[in-house]
Design a protein around this ligand. Structure first.
Ligand code: RAM
Length: 334
């Protein structure tokens, strides 16, 4: 797999980690995976990957946890408790890039390794951020898929996760840049709404978009929860064939919506691999094999190694596209 090195400036916060504590003699290395919220299939798959890494590494226990709804407050409370439990590492997908920094800094000062993955903590609050792929590529891919479904012209809207989500906000920024390119001059972004990665709120927001923008031709949902809700809303409003949904989804949750025609194609990376790599990388920091330094490489087991850029970020491979020809096959995996 080809690893993409994101070039971003600022090395400022890489040194912000405390002294590493050695895992207790004889005890297991405890790695806590803190996700945006429980009950999200994307993170269930990341958890599967974390358990795989734990088995491979040996002597590792995974504590899988997260708030019931995606909030920074909920994650702060959980991290406080993980600090008291003296876990060895925290692997977090953040609900807010900045709000978590004080608590994750505190964890690092206590010798806990902190890695963010998927949705990043700002540079001062973690030793490494593992991105699933290159953000520009993710933004570009989603606009390309929408433009193809819309035949190059018309109104589109974005249905995102929570308004503070680091990853979705970066991808939306990239999508907006792509929309400025002459090739997409006939595409008009009319609204961006937030379903908070909650099925019911995402559904209500999607219905709202369809009713307030009768000329809408596409909804891009850069979230696995949002894309399912938007597809259901399009079907329920009898708009299949008129409004196309695309974005980032799990084949297992999207197969039916591809079949119905609400979705022609969507993309995603392998969430099992992402959880596996993030857990493996966290273990490298716990054991002192990885250092938070620009240009440093970090081993990620069967996926090889990733290279950290000046902002402490590294990335896995390109997203993959799914459509009627392959969605059923991948639906069996994630
Ligand atoms: C949701 C979450 C997650 C994101 C995926 C694409 O499950 O918001 O952070 O990476 O969608």
């Amino acid at each position: 797999m080809k690893h993409v090195l994101l070039v971003l400036a600022s090395v400022a916060a890489l040194a912000a980690c405390g002294e590493k504590k050695a895992p207790e003699a004889g005890g297991k290395t405890r790695i806590a995976m803190v996700v945006k919220s429980l009950g999200n299939g994307f993170f269930d798959a990341a958890h599967t990957g974390a358990e795989e890494a734990a088995r491979e590494l040996g002597g590792v226990e995974i504590i899988y946890t997260g708030p019931t709804t995606p909030s920074a407050e909920g994650q702060i409370e959980i991290i406080n408790s993980l600090i008291s439990q003296k876990v060895d590492a925290i692997v977090i997908s953040a609900n807010d890039p900045n709000a978590l920094v004080p608590i994750t800094k505190k964890a690092m000062q206590r010798g806990i390794s902190v890695i963010s993955f998927d949705s990043g903590v700002a540079a001062g609050g973690r030793q490494m951020q593992l991105n699933p792929s290159n953000a520009q590529l993710i933004g570009e891919k989603q606009i390309q898929m929408a433009a193809a479904a819309m035949q190059g012209a018309g109104e589109l809207a974005i249905l995102s996760a929570s308004a503070q989500a680091s990853n979705q906000n970066i991808w939306i920024g990239e999508m907006k840049k792509v929309l400025e390119q002459p090739a997409y001059a006939k595409l008009k972004l009319v609204a961006t709404v937030y379903g908070d990665d909650q099925s019911d709120k995402s559904y209500r927001e999607a219905i709202g978009l369809l009713r307030s923008h009768p000329g809408l031709k596409a909804i891009i949902a850069p979230t696995t929860v949002g894309i399912v809700a938007a597809s259901k809303a399009v079907a329920d409003e009898h708009l299949v064939g008129k409004v196309f949904v695309t974005g980032l989804g799990l084949p297992s949750e999207m197969a039916g919506h591809v079949k119905s025609g609400a979705v022609r194609e969507f993309a995603i990376w392998n969430p099992i691999d992402l959880g596996y790599a993030a857990t493996y990388a966290a273990h490298q920091f716990v054991t002192g094999k990885a250092k938070a330094q620009a240009g440093a490489t970090v081993a990620v087991g069967r996926l090889g190694q990733v290279t950290m850029d000046g902002n402490g970020e590294a990335a896995l491979g390109a997203p993959f596209t799914y459509n009627a020809s392959n969605v059923e096959q991948f639906a069996k995996i994630f």
